[in-house]
Structure formats: C-alpha cells, structure tokens
Design a protein around this ligand. Structure first.
Ligand code: MLT
Length: 274
C-alpha cells in the first residue's frame, strides 16, 4: 500500500502526517507519550479507508511546538482534516488520542462521522493522578525520558500467561521504549500538564450521537474495562468490545481483532460496505 508523509500547517504549528488509501477518512490519534508509529498494525485498513495518521503537536516528527491543552489538540485535528479536504471522518483515538477524539466530536461535530474510542476514559484525573503527573514531569526534567519509559512500558501490555502478545512481547516492549524515548522532554512535560488539566467529558458525551465503537483490552491496567463500560452507559449510540488477552495497546496487541472490529462496526453503521 502506497503511503505518503506530508507536513501540514495547522494553526501556529506544522504537523507531520502519514496518509494511505482512499475513501472514507479514518483519523488515527496516538496515545501519550507515543507517535503515529503505534498504528503500524492498522496499515491493512488502508485497503478499505483513507488513513490519516498524524504525529500530534510536539510529538514524533511534528516536534517544535508543545501542546497546551487537549482542546488545542482537537482543534489541530479538525484543522488537519480541513487542510486535507476530508469530509466527516471516522475518528479513532487511543487513551490520550481518545481524549482528543472526544473533544473533536464535541467542538467540531461536523468533522466526525463516527468515533472509535480505544482504551480511554471520559472522566478527568483525580487529585492524586494530577499530583503524580506533576511529580513525573519533574522527574523527566531531571532524569530524561528513560524514567517515563521505565514507569509506563511494563503497564502498557497484557501480562497474563497465554496473552496474544506473549511471543512478541519483548519486541513490542522494546519498540514502545524506543518510541517513548524519542519524544522531546518539553513535549512530555507539556502533555502531562495538559492531560492533568483535561475536563470531565461525561456530560458533553451524553449529547454525542454519532455511531461509536468502544474498544478495550480485558487486561488494560491504565484504563480498565470499567472505564469503557462507564462510557457505554452514557453515550447514546455506543457499543463495547472487550478484547481478551490485550492490555492498554489493543490495536498493537490484537491487530486482527481490532481491524476487523472497526470494519464490521462501519458496515453496521452503513458507513462502509461489509
Ligand atoms: C495514554 O496512554 O495516552 C496515557 O496513559 C493517558 C493518560 O495518561 O491519561
């Protein structure tokens, strides 16, 4: 599948964006503190859809300008879809990307045909979680990205015996560590502040009536299935898939299940042929 890398100006920054395929746009929004590469296993979806896979502001090859809020990242995503002349898109975000997708649906509803929210939550941080982010940002400033990789990598993947990732777990962990360590310290610190300041989206999401697929790894230690069950309870057109033997990185750990679920969901929503 041919793919292209673009550099697109949005607002006061420039985003590096990978595109592939044609047809209905599928915007893939990465987690913290990663970049577009976490969606590498979704490449086959380019046989069916137009993939738009940015490095969000400050991350990956976008570099440069640090994020100041999740709302700003959502506005970047809306401007990116406009710059690429995309009609309403399927917006898929994982964890931090899921927070951005929620804000995109609320702030720019005309840009969103459907949502896929993976391994994320609607609630704001608790006071303890916010304090832990402040502490982590300080440590990253002192020690570097390594301390963030040490803290996060062991919690990203499913750990049960027989987990789908078992065979490739070491390779996946190594790739995630490299991805975390290539993100600029200033971006990590700014994103931690933005994540800690994000509002609770439960009430706004009650009014988001686009077809929504919620996906979560059964062994997600960061945003456990209960988070997506809470979203299911409030979102008017949501359905939930809990993926066995997957952790926080469901699209990487169970790519065949994830990709099939997206295509089946779009077919059922009459957005894409079965
Ligand atoms: C992520 O995976 O994007 C982060 O863990 C989200 C968060 O820290 O809230």
């Amino acid at each position: 599948m041919a793919s292209s890398i673009h550099r697109i100006g949005v607002g006061d920054t420039v985003l590096a964006v990978r595109t592939a395929g044609s047809g209905l746009p599928l915007l893939l929004l990465h987690a913290f503190p990663l970049d577009h590469a976490m969606w590498c296993e979704q490449e086959p979806l380019a046989d069916h859809l137009r993939l738009v896979v940015p490095d969000q502001r400050g991350f990956g090859a976008s570099g440069g300008t640090e994020p100041t809020s999740i709302e700003q990242l959502a506005d970047d995503a809306a401007a990116l879809l406009a710059a690429l002349h995309c009609g309403p898109a399927v917006v898929c975000g994982l964890s931090m990307g899921g927070y951005v997708a929620q804000h995109l649906a609320v702030r720019h509803p005309d840009r969103v045909a459907a949502l896929v929210l993976a391994d994320t939550r609607l609630e704001a941080d608790t006071a303890e979680a916010r304090a832990a982010r402040v502490d982590l940002a300080t440590k990253v400033g002192r020690v570097g990205q390594r301390i963030l990789a040490d803290a996060m990598v062991p919690r990203l993947l499913a750990g049960s015996p027989g987990a789908a990732a078992a065979a490739g777990r070491a390779a996946l962990e190594a790739a995630l560590r490299v991805a975390i360590e290539r993100q600029p310290v200033a971006t990590i610190q700014a994103a931690l502040a933005a994540l800690g300041a994000r509002p609770d989206m439960t009430e706004p999401l009650r009014r988001v009536a686009v077809p929504t697929l919620l996906v979560v790894g059964a062994e997600d230690a960061i945003t456990p299935p209960a988070c997506m069950e809470a979203a299911l309870a409030v979102m008017p057109r949501a359905r939930l898939l809990v993926v066995p033997h997957a952790g926080h990185m469901t699209p990487l750990e169970a790519p065949a299940v994830f990709n099939r679920a997206v295509l089946e969901f779009l077919a059922e929503a009459a957005l894409h042929p079965a």
